[in-house]
Design a protein. Structure first.
Length: 268
């Protein structure tokens, strides 16, 4: 086996939103191991982002951090513009940044609804718009992966706005895939289940008053004895970004251990 067989992303110049921690950072590290020469990661925390970019550079990649709040229109446009200027070209985009707010139908204010849609649907819309425009101008192929959520199928009652915004992202992803297939610009989505990330730890502490060791109990309750791990999921994302994934586009992949449409045996 040739060493190039392990470098399936050696031609990938990627932008990863939410790339300074959790799943986004795992994806970035995986891309570097697969040969990606240049990366832009974004996030809201400058210190955390610069630390992540330094680690990626130490792995041998020309990686840079760009501070951006994906819920802000100007930040989204500036991010892709800066990436194109810094990297010369961009042919891969991962929308991993997201806002997870709590609130059921009756508790959700118009402001909370707007916050979720701005971060989880409008942000990816704007970054995709800029990247697709860039690719079409250059007449080059590209690949987009949007990190969605199993909540897009329905979601718990206490994440009404989040679930709706992720459902919108599913439809948007398919629409983009269909519109630009003949330009060889692919767009796919991964609907993740409950995931073990620093962000989830903060969510459990902040919204659910869980103890520091909440993860142990949570994983014991799952069919496969674990939550989704970012490092495991990252390889699927990098596959979809790479030429190895061929013509796959418009696919929405459930990445979970709970099968959609299945019911507990006790409910029969």
């Amino acid at each position: 086996m040739n060493v190039d067989d392990f470098l399936r992303n050696k031609g990938t110049n990627a932008v990863i939103t939410g790339g300074s921690q959790g799943l986004g950072f795992s994806i970035a590290k995986r891309l570097v191991r697969e040969g990606a020469p240049r990366l832009i990661i974004s996030g809201r925390n400058q210190t955390k982002g610069e630390r992540a970019a330094t680690e990626l550079r130490d792995m041998g990649c020309d990686a840079r951090f760009f501070r951006a709040d994906i819920s802000q229109v100007d930040d989204c446009r500036a991010l892709i513009g800066a990436a194109i200027e810094a990297l010369g070209s961009v042919n891969a985009l991962v929308n991993s940044a997201a806002l997870t707010s709590r609130g059921n139908l009756l508790e959700t204010t118009p402001e909370l609804w707007e916050e979720n849609f701005n971060a989880n649907a409008r942000g990816p819309f704007l970054t995709m718009q800029a990247v697709v425009r860039h690719l079409k101008e250059r007449k080059k192929p590209g690949s987009i992966v949007n990190i969605v959520s199993m909540a897009a199928h329905c979601g718990q009652p206490f994440i009404t706005a989040y679930s709706a915004s992720k459902g919108a992202l599913v439809t948007l992803s398919r629409n983009v895939a269909n519109a630009y297939a003949r330009d060889r610009i692919r767009c796919n989505g991964i609907l993740t289940g409950w995931m073990d990330t620093p962000g989830e730890h903060q969510t459990q502490k902040t919204y659910h008053n869980m103890p520091d060791d909440w993860l142990e109990e949570a994983e014991a309750s799952q069919p496969m004895g674990q939550l989704v791990k970012p490092d495991q999921l990252a390889s699927l994302v990098t596959y979809l970004l790479s030429p190895e994934s061929g013509v796959i586009t418009g696919s929405m992949i459930d990445y979970d251990q709970v099968v959609r449409g299945a019911y507990p045996e006790s409910g029969r």
